[in-house]
Design a protein around this ligand. Structure first.
Ligand code: ATP
Ligand code: GLN
Length: 147
């Protein structure tokens, strides 16, 4: 309940029914994150191998005035998860819980509004397309039956 309230209070701008949670992660933490997400009912996840620099790459590689050489980029994984607005904070909390070491280079999370979701197989749009069988919304509704 505390999580749902903080999501409502977050007041993301621009407002949207769906958000993409985009997380840049240490590759070796990805299995922890994905199993944590799967356990909570997040079943739609896309990952890509990427390379980047933040304070981790930059601090050791900066030389007076020179550009970052391409070989200073550090291997990361980008994880993209589209969820309904009310699930954003739970997903963010889970990613932090599973990805964090406390050392520089743990990564970052970006929240991006998503205009619509379309399931190619059926042509469904919006909530019908975003919902997944056995997903978080299903788990919550079966855990809290209307009495
Ligand atoms: P269907 O019922 O037709 O199988 P689906 O909703 O289960 O539709 P898939 O076609 O299985 O979707 O998904 C294909 C790919 O789309 C997945 O492998 C994943 O990379 C990506 N994907 C699906 N849903 C999401 C989501 N909510 N967030 C991020 N990526 C997703
Ligand atoms: N919000 C969807 C559901 O509850 C799950 C979305 C996802 O797995 N990325 O069914």
């Amino acid at each position: 309940a505390a999580r749902a309230q903080s999501a409502a209070a977050a007041g993301y701008q621009p407002e949207s029914e769906f958000y993409k949670v985009e997380a840049i992660l240490r590759p070796w933490r990805v299995p922890y994150v994905s199993s944590g997400l799967l356990q909570m009912g997040i079943r739609g996840v896309t990952v890509s191998d990427v390379r980047g620099f933040g304070s981790q790459g930059g601090s050791t590689e900066r030389h007076e005035g020179s550009e970052f050489a391409e070989d200073t980029f550090i291997d990361k994984v980008k994880m993209e998860i589209v969820v309904s607005k009310d699930q954003v904070e739970a997903v963010v909390d889970k990613i932090i819980e599973k990805a964090r070491t406390g050392e520089i280079g743990d990564g970052k999370i970006f929240l991006i509004p998503v205009s619509d979701v379309i399931r190619i197989r059926t042509g469904e749009r919006g909530e019908r397309a975003e919902r997944m069988a056995g997903g978080l919304a299903d788990k919550l509704s079966s855990a809290m039956p209307i009495s």
